[in-house]
Design a protein around this ligand. Sequence first.
Ligand code: 4AD
Ligand code: MG
Length: 460
Amino acid sequence: MNREKIIALLKAETPMDEVLIKGWIRTVRASKTFSFLEINDGSCLKNLQVIADESLSNYNDIKKLTTGSAIVASGKLIKSKGAGQKWEISADHVEIVSLAPETYALQKKRHSDEFLRTIAHLRPRTNKYGAAFRIRSEMSYAVHKFFKDKNFRYIHTPILTGSDCEGAGELFKVTAMDLENLPTKDGKTDYMKDFFGKEANLTVSGQLSAEMFCLALGDVYTFGPTFRAENSNTRRHAAEFWMIEPEMAFCHLEGNMDLGEELIKFLTSYVMDECAEDLELFAKWVDKKLMSTLENTAKSDYVRLSYRDAVEILQKSGHKFEYEIEFGKDLQTEHERYLTEQNFKKPVIVYDYPKTIKPFYMRLNDDNETVAAMDILVPNIGEIIGGSQREERLDVLQARIDESGMEKAPYWWYLESRMYGSVPHSGFGLGFERLLMLVTGISNIRDVIPFPRTPNNLEF
Ligand code: 4AD
Ligand code: MG
């Protein structure tokens, strides 16, 4: 007999004579003569009730089953007499695969997110986290579908690199050297003796590599893990997170904004269409305004305004911000949220940021003061996408690297791409976890990552 998934059984049209499910007990009600076992197999939010009675040869053991135990049950799928469920299984066999002791942490009651973080190995067995990680899986697929349908090629960019794409120096260093006994030369660590013969780190972005492939294959994207040693303990920063980075050849800033807006709209529509049951949980228990936020994000035209205009709106708002804003300062989350939640009440694309607060690769505008950057800001989160048109002019790029106080030598290959067949091109990075926060209403990034990595947290 083949195993059925609960998600499929719940859609049954007629009763069935022989079904078999494998799963974990969420709750039990047992008496001397029969037991109601609520089983979940992870395939969907709903449980299936299994009824076992004293006619089963191992009923003495069945009636001792506990929450968290694993069983295999087979029997008939019959119309349920209980309220709230259509089908249940009248069991012919219940095999006890493992009996969980009463110390199991996930007894039937609501647990705080903080507590569940301390048992991240068990939390996917709860309704909320099961739903969150099913949505995470569906959204990964949706990302690939979006780009496949648009004929973008998927590029695997390296995770170990020798460069710092963002130039922000928030790098996790990678070494194979003995840290207790480092080789030195002229009083400094001799990286020539390290594995790669030079300094290495975990990538902060696949962009520079993606650009090389964009200038060869046309429209491309990467979707992979990135790492930042930012010591910021906020609810929207993780040390390890996934980023989606498209890069388009022969594309200016406006086409870049169009793609970003289209991608977010596609993904928010997709989750509403394909993950409706799991979303219901979030709309009911996590964020009452979730569905209207999603509708708004999927359907409204995003506001597009220059950084200069954004600063002016913020200055004239009369709103008391913790951080004062003026031209040349980066927008803080509070500013981003003010723009999207209070001022415009929808997503906002801010473009043309001052060059002093953006990385070297962004294309310098004619005013010599701003670069062709664009960030997409959404309600509840703030920045979800950061991108730009890239500096395709070799001389300007070299000058920008110098200006940023960076060394040109390690970027020889990047510079060479501007010597041979350089074209205007653009791209951006969408933070996958921020997207998941947007579509679930979950307010802490730690709760959309299976095993989150943040300062002082490398458990599991
Ligand atoms: O704005 P960022 O730093 O842009 C880049 O890395 C570019 N190289 C991308 C590109 O143009 N190809 O990061 C892009 C996005 C942010 O908008 C945010 O959504 C997410 O990545 N992000 C983080 N998400 C979680 N934790 C962090 N520490 C993040 N830092 C950035
Ligand atoms: Mg950014």
